[in-house]
Design a protein around this ligand. Structure first.
Ligand SMILES: Nc1ncnc2c1ncn2[C@@H]1O[C@H](COP(=O)(O)OP(=O)(O)O)[C@@H](O)[C@H]1O
Ligand SMILES: [Mg+2]
Length: 267
């Protein structure tokens, strides 16, 4: 486990915006701070080399996104109900943990809600950790005096990424979504196609145009573009096709089978 420091105060660092790719360690950091604060409140030792923790009146968390099937609420309504409860009840003495608020709806709706929530909390005053994949929220540091940006350090090695699990100062403007998808094992053709689409989307965005979906090039399934070079056939298959099974004795079949297996294994 990689330990991380956290400083929250009321004058210069009241609200921390944490950006980082999926699976980089944002939620873990939030949980660490929430749990250590809770443990300190009940008078327990805390797993930290040093800790100075003030009294909090409440710890509010908005973490995880699961449909509440039992009561028929969608992910998004659950998320908004919990967020509303936080905004309506938090005080300057509270600790607020927000994990990916706004994720449950479309991109721009979500971003707008996340932004407005972050501004409101800055004004309201509780110590706040806000993990988000909306990099735009990094803008807030420029505009609001007590907002500070942090990110999870990521090491790039060519096209691969390595998560360092360390929280460092500063925002980010990259999400590494496709690299993370590859780490997770999405098939290569899907990764290639996603890259190609991303290219199209970002070019259109650069030119200030909204993306014209009709103009997106079709996947080149049959032109060899999507699947790299054809996978060469295993030579064992050729021999297998040529076999005259009815002409063989059981012993010959056994011997042939052994040869084929060797061939298939590339021996
Ligand atoms: N500080 C850390 N040290 C070691 N491993 C970590 C640390 N933080 C996260 N991880 C690993 O990364 C995984 C994903 O972390 P998580 O916090 O869920 O990422 P995110 O919220 O950014 O998607 C965790 O399940 C854990 O295995
Ligand atoms: Mg998370």
């Amino acid at each position: 486990f990689v330990p991380n420091d956290c400083v929250l105060n009321t004058d210069s660092q009241q609200e921390i915006i944490i950006t980082g790719p999926n699976a980089s360690g944002k939620s873990t950091f939030l949980r660490q701070v929430a749990l250590i604060t809770l443990m300190a409140q009940i008078g327990s030792f805390v797993p930290a080399r040093a800790a100075k923790i003030g009294l909090v009146d409440r710890i509010f968390t908005r973490v995880g996104a699961q449909d509440d099937l039992a009561t028929g609420q969608s992910t998004f309504t659950v998320e908004m109900n919990e967020t509303a409860n936080i905004l309506n009840n938090a005080t300057p003495r509270s600790l607020v943990i927000l994990d990916e608020v706004g994720r449950g709806t479309s991109t721009y709706d979500g971003l707008s809600i996340a932004w407005a929530v972050a501004e409101y909390l800055h004004e309201l005053g509780p110590k706040t950790l806000f993990a988000t994949h909306y990099h735009h929220l990094n803008e807030l540091e420029e505009r609001l005096p007590r907002v500070k940006n942090y990110r999870i350090a990521v090491k790039e090695d060519g096209d691969h990424i390595i998560f360092l699990r360390r929280i460092i100062r500063g925002g980010t403007d990259r999400s590494f979504g496709i690299q993370v998808a590859r780490l997770a094992g999405l098939p290569n053709p899907v990764i290639k196609r996603a890259r190609e689409l991303l290219e199209t989307f970002s070019q259109e965005k650069l030119r200030g145009q909204s993306v014209d979906v009709a103009q997106i090039p079709a996947a080149r399934v049959n032109q060899g573009g999507l699947f790299d070079e054809p996978v060469p056939e295993n030579p064992a298959l050729e021999e297998l096709r040529a076999l005259e099974i009815h002409e063989m004795t059981p012993v010959q079949a056994m011997i042939k089978l052994e040869q084929l297996q060797k061939l298939a294994l590339g021996a």
